[in-house]
Design a protein around this ligand. Structure first.
Ligand SMILES: CC(C)(COP(=O)(O)OP(=O)(O)OC[C@H]1O[C@@H](n2cnc3c(N)ncnc32)[C@H](O)[C@@H]1OP(=O)(O)O)[C@@H](O)C(=O)NCCC(=O)NCCS
Length: 342
């Protein structure tokens, strides 16, 4: 097999007639996680990916590389439609038995062409690795003109330990309540209507305030309706949501939040999603407190969950410090490879 014998075809992940191809496409991506982390990888389910493909927020196109009648490579091009209109995210996985034969290059050229056809000029692809292990994408991405724009650390919190430490954080905050202007509130699965307007502001701030390092990203556009619709899709894909916020009592406004979600296919593991404290309310340990409160509700509501996994920019000192205090331990990394074309 070489680049000339590889055929690229679309895969419609939403078409019931293509479910065998969809399953193989997901398997190719999941196999890379197994290769990198053994049982400790992170794989999306078909239901979750279908949810992304139904979302009006981005156009997602799945492509597959075929050789000798078998699907040997999988790619996805994601193109936001609400904001970041120059961005295309790429997801590329080639079967280990078929690497170094041009398959990745053909898939990448096809994906970049699709991006160009949609006027996308910034291409970003993620590559994971276990701590201390080499990045499998390094030679390939460099060869194709990509550079590392951000390095994320992957960390895990063992929930079966450290309960006292997390309670201590919340108790100390309660003791200080008389002189403290903040109240922590937590919910399972559905944000109250009354939260939505403030939460949309916090969500939008996430895209400007979390370090993007050298990634060429723009501010996202969020409102209550988009937030509700996104959460509804997440729930329909089988994910549970646990979220905590800090309310500034004098104004009644929400000024900080954190969220984890739990996949139906992996009920013992929670994925940390966004955490943010509004700039003007930093310095009151709110990041620590919303995360400790969220871990408490997570353990009460979904007791089968034993660990939380998170990714943070290696330049994000404040978030990494909060995570260390909660007991997170780094076990891997992710490189965001970027190419900007003029
Ligand atoms: C990265 C990946 C998609 C490459 O797929 P591939 O089919 O092996 O890539 P190609 O055969 O088209 O490689 C093209 C060139 O990239 C470079 N390259 C690819 N793999 C390399 C490696 N392991 N070490 C060094 N250079 C490499 C070489 O220059 C190669 O050309 P050559 O074989 O003539 O020397 C594949 O290794 C993979 O699935 N990795 C795991 C998931 C991942 O990292 N995805 C990419 C995120 S950017």
């Amino acid at each position: 097999m070489d680049g000339r014998q590889i055929e690229i075809r679309p895969v419609d992940l939403l078409d019931p007639a293509q479910q065998n191809d969809a399953a193989r496409w997901i398997e190719l991506h999941a196999n890379v996680q197994r290769e990198l982390f053994g049982d400790g990888g992170s794989a999306w389910t078909l239901e979750e990916i279908q949810t992304f493909h139904r979302s009006p927020d981005a156009e997602r196109i799945a492509r597959a590389a075929w050789a000798d009648g078998r699907m040997v490579g999988a790619a996805e091009i994601g193109m936001p439609l609400t904001d970041n209109l120059a961005l295309a995210t790429l997801w590329l996985s080639v079967d280990p038995a078929h690497r170094r034969r041009g398959c990745g290059s053909v898939l990448l050229a096809d994906a970049e062409q699709i991006g160009a056809d949609h006027r996308r000029t910034t291409f970003v692809a993620e590559a994971d690795g276990a701590m201390g292990a080499p990045d499998l994408a390094d030679g390939f991405a460099t060869r194709h003109g990509y550079v590392i724009a951000q390095t994320m650390l992957r960390s895990a919190l063992n929930l079966t330990a450290g309960r006292d430490r997390r309670s201590g954080i919340l108790d100390r905050a309660d003791d200080a309540d008389g002189c403290d202007d903040y109240r922590i509130e937590s919910v399972l699965d559905r944000l109250p209507d009354e939260w939505l307007a403030d939460r949309a502001v916090l969500q939008q701030r996430m895209s400007t305030d979390a370090p993007a390092d050298d990634l060429a990203l723009e501010e996202e556009a969020w409102d209550a309706e988009r937030l509700r619709a996104t959460d509804d899709r997440t729930r329909r894909s089988g994910r549970r949501i646990v979220e905590s916020v800090a309310r500034h009592a004098p104004t009644g406004r929400l000024v900080a939040f954190t969220r984890v979600s739990v996949s139906g296919a992996e009920p013992t593991l929670a994925y940390q999603q966004d955490t943010l404290v509004l700039r003007e309310h930093r310095g009151h340990a709110l990041g620590l407190r919303v995360k400790a409160a969220n871990a408490r509700l997570l353990q009460e509501a979904l007791p089968q969950v034993t660990a939380v996994r998170t990714w943070n920019s290696d330049s994000n000192g404040p978030m990494l410090a909060v995570n260390r205090r909660l007991g997170y331990v780094a076990d891997g990394y992710r490189h965001d490879w970027q190419k900007v074309v003029s």
